[in-house]
Design a protein around this ligand. Structure first.
Ligand code: BGC
Length: 404
């Protein structure tokens, strides 16, 4: 039996673009119509209208926390034009969570930006951090009593997306390759190579995070952090030196930028080997998940230990989960992952909560196939059907104990 610390948050996560539907003023909506091979998000899960049902299912299962995002493209559809109605919408989400006894964890940016922001150069334009800080200031009044605010989701994956975007712009890539689905990229020499997030694109993200943090500190009581994708890197024989370089490029740079934050979000799905040449692609294997990653529930323990060693900050696991169409596999994966998490907590890692990715099956960045949800959603009727894993996780939450 593993007991979790008292007050531990148990919940699930989503993001606006992946669940709300009709995010028509966003760069992702524009992109979905342009790049061959991408499925569109369309109505998504219609959570924009059905968020209270989503939260009620979460609360009824016994979970106590919900991580969701506010969508910049809706709140500021034209530069400087702030929609008070959209702010009121997101305030209703926060209040609905409270009424249901749910602690909201609010993300300000989860991969999607306003279309106008992208057209002006996006994160590579000189005023991007100031633009993001201005949006944060506009949103601050609805966040003043929210305890946990994450500024930017997975800045390292966002930098990867900007890197990929540059490859599309130069015509080096034409077919859609989801940044969250493992795949090989063929470089100009015809060699299979896994892309690396270009650290030049990370600099404005760090500046934006710090600027938003300053705004939130002045105007709210929130604990402020950002959430970093952790790959649980390991060295193959001979890959030890390269491992350090890869870790820096993929995550340590972003973990170093948390100095002065109140917490750090850990997002973990799988583990990745590094040899002397860099990342080692996962060979096809029957155990691989629907996004092509290796089945590695132990990655979560590795991820929180590495993040703790690097930052010394309180940790919220803001995402952990598995793309599978076999729900018993999701339960098995999560049970094992929680065992590794509990062992890390017992060794002194300060973890404050666990939020599963995802509450709902949703739009996996260009694809509808990979399903991560504790709840299935019928995409025509929008009917929600909780899976056994929701009940299972709710029971762990209620007992605050993992019975192994
Ligand atoms: C992202 C989510 C995504 C999930 C599963 C993370 O990279 O934050 O938006 O759906 O992983 O791939």
């Amino acid at each position: 039996m593993s007991h979790f610390p008292s007050g531990f948050l148990w919940g699930a996560s989503t993001s606006p673009h992946q669940t709300e539907g009709n995010n028509v003023n966003s760069d992702w909506w524009a992109r979905e119509g342009l790049i061959p091979g991408m499925e569109p998000s369309g109505d998504a899960d219609d959570s924009y209208h059905r968020f209270s049902e989503d939260m009620r299912l979460l609360a009824e299962a016994g979970l106590t926390s919900y991580r969701f995002g506010i969508e910049w493209a809706r709140i500021e559809p034209r530069p400087g034009h702030i929609s008070l109605a959209e702010l009121a919408h997101y305030r209703r989400m926060i209040e609905t969570a409270r009424e249901l006894g749910i602690t909201p964890v609010v993300t300000l940016h989860h991969f999607s930006s306003p279309r106008w922001f992208a057209e002006r150069g996006g994160w590579t334009s000189a005023d991007a951090p100031a633009r993001f800080a201005a949006f944060t200031a506009a949103a601050a009044p609805i966040l003043d009593d929210v305890e946990w605010v994450a500024t930017i989701n997975e800045p390292n994956m966002l930098a990867m997306m900007i890197t990929m975007e540059a490859a599309y712009a130069k015509g080096q890539k034409t077919e859609w390759q989801s940044p969250t689905v493992e795949g090989d990229s063929v470089n100009q020499e015809g060699v299979v190579a896994l892309l690396t997030p270009d650290i030049r694109y990370a600099v404005p993200l760090v500046d934006a995070h710090h600027a938003a943090r300053d705004v939130l500190r002045q105007r709210t009581d929130a604990k402020v952090g950002w959430t970093v994708a952790n790959q649980a890197f390991t060295a193959a024989p001979g890959g030890e030196a390269r491992l350090e370089v890869v870790r820096h490029e993929w995550e340590d740079y972003y973990l170093n930028a948390t100095a002065g934050d109140d917490f750090v979000g850990v997002q973990s799905y799988s583990s990745q080997e590094v040899d002397a040449d860099g990342l080692v692609p996962h060979p096809p294997h029957p155990d691989n998940t629907l996004v092509g990653s290796a089945y590695r529930p132990d990655a979560l323990g590795m991820a929180v230990r590495h993040t703790w060693a690097r930052t010394g900050l309180p940790i919220l696991v803001t995402e952990n989960g598995i793309a599978t169409d076999a729900d018993e596999r999701r339960i098995e994966y999560t049970r094992e992952a929680l065992g590794h998490l509990s062992a890390a907590i017992n060794d002194g890692v300060d973890v404050r909560g666990y939020l599963h990715w995802s509450l709902l099956d949703n739009y996996e960045w260009g694809h509808w196939g990979p399903t991560f949800g504790l709840i299935a959603v019928d995409r025509r009727t929008f009917k929600r059907t909780p899976k056994p894993s929701l009940k299972w996780l709710g029971r762990i939450a209620t007992e605050n104990t993992l019975d192994r």
